[in-house]
Design a protein around this ligand. Structure first.
Ligand SMILES: C[S@@+](CC[C@H](N)C(=O)[O-])C[C@H]1O[C@@H](n2cnc3c(N)ncnc32)[C@H](O)[C@@H]1O
Length: 337
């Protein structure tokens, strides 16, 4: 670790100690981390990074080694940019969370004004993601790479899968500074398992695989989850290429859980929603069923019931009276033979 980095970290630690633990809505830096150096595994199965590896300041204000954090950004105080809307915080507002700022609430309300059922879609999406993860855990999949994690929720994905497989290993990935700041809440693995947080952009699959490889055994099957993420990636950034790069590096038997916004059912409303997000600075590209299907890498097999509105994907108690138009997101699960 560079001396200047240490100074930065110690300053942040001093500040946190002086002001107390960070709380939701705080704009103070909460965690800082730097990748590099050696690592070791302690007896509990939680990976801890020793001196010269990942070090930083936790929410308790203590400076020291951080477990389960990694990232390709250099050490820096977390800049939450509370003045602009962020997708993670808008989603948190829509799903009833507490981690958002006025700019995020304004963006969400603008979108709700033209897509009144947006909340229903967000909640059904979350339920789909967790259902799909549970189905995979029931099938014995014990490693998860959740890209575009979002802010900690109740329950988090690792809690769902570790109920079935306590030793399951989950690497969370997001590029949002507030998600990074709250990463500790995601690092609550059962002692038999592992949870880790990688601060990275889905546009850089090689970085994600390198960092996630510290915690996941990439020679065994991994379930890659991209829930409500790829509609934030425009065509020119090649979202299909990103998914192909991630899955291409993984072992046979690896899976893809994907959900994605669509305008297939209410095209005018979806266009208005896209404009509302864009007016708040968030780029959205909704895609048709055929376009969502084309995001699945060649050679992967899409399992039953196919590419369907998320509430229709293996519902626990029937679709519950929610319509495709209200939900407006497709979901699918695919496997690499
Ligand atoms: C709508 S939330 C979905 C959260 C969760 N996956 C779910 O389905 O419940 C989208 C998440 O994707 C993240 N995200 C957006 N663009 C990203 C990017 N380029 N790289 C990594 N994460 C990104 C946002 O920060 C946010 O947390």
């Amino acid at each position: 670790m560079f001396a200047t980095d240490l100074v930065t970290l110690r300053r942040v630690a001093d500040r946190l100690r002086a002001t107390g633990p960070a709380s939701a809505g705080s704009v103070r830096p909460v965690c800082v981390a730097r990748a590099g150096g050696s690592r070791r595994r302690d007896g509990t199965g939680v990976v801890r990074i020793g001196s010269g590896g990942f070090e930083g300041v936790g929410p308790d204000g203590e400076y020291g080694p951080l477990s389960g954090l990694s990232g390709s950004r250099a050490v820096t105080a977390v800049d939450l940019r509370t003045d602009v809307a962020h997708a993670a915080r808008v989603y948190n507002y829509l799903t009833g969370g507490k981690d958002h700022f006025p700019a995020d609430r304004l963006a969400a309300e603008r979108a709700l004004a033209v897509v009144p059922d947006l909340r229903t879609g967000a909640l059904e999406n979350r339920a789909f993601l967790l259902r799909a993860a549970r189905v995979l855990a029931e099938d014995g999949i014990d490693q998860y790479l959740d890209v575009g994690t979002g802010l900690p929720a109740d329950p988090n994905l690792h809690e769902v899968v570790q109920r079935l497989i306590p030793a399951a290993r989950v690497a969370y990935v997001d590029n949002d500074p507030l998600v990074l700041a709250h990463a500790r809440a995601l690092l609550t693995s059962r002692p038999e398992g592992v949870t880790a947080y990688v601060d990275a952009d889905v546009r850089r699959p090689a970085d994600i695989l390198r960092d996630a490889g510290h915690w996941l055994d990439l020679s065994r099957p991994v379930a890659v989850c991209v829930g409500a993420l790829l509609h934030f990636i425009p065509d020119e950034d090649d979202p299909a290429g990103m998914v192909a790069d991630l899955l291409g590096a993984l072992a046979p038997g690896s899976c893809l859980v994907l959900s994605h916004g669509t305008g297939d059912f209410r095209p005018k409303e979806a266009d208005a929603g896209v404009r509302a997000y864009r007016d708040s600075g968030i780029t959205v590209r909704v895609r048709s069923r055929a376009e969502v299907t084309a995001l699945v890498p060649a050679g992967m097999r899409i399992g039953a019931p196919g590419v369907v509105p998320v509430q229709r994907w293996r519902p626990d108690h029937g679709p519950g009276g929610v319509t495709d138009g209200q939900v407006g997101l497709y979901g699918l699960l695919a496997r690499k033979p």
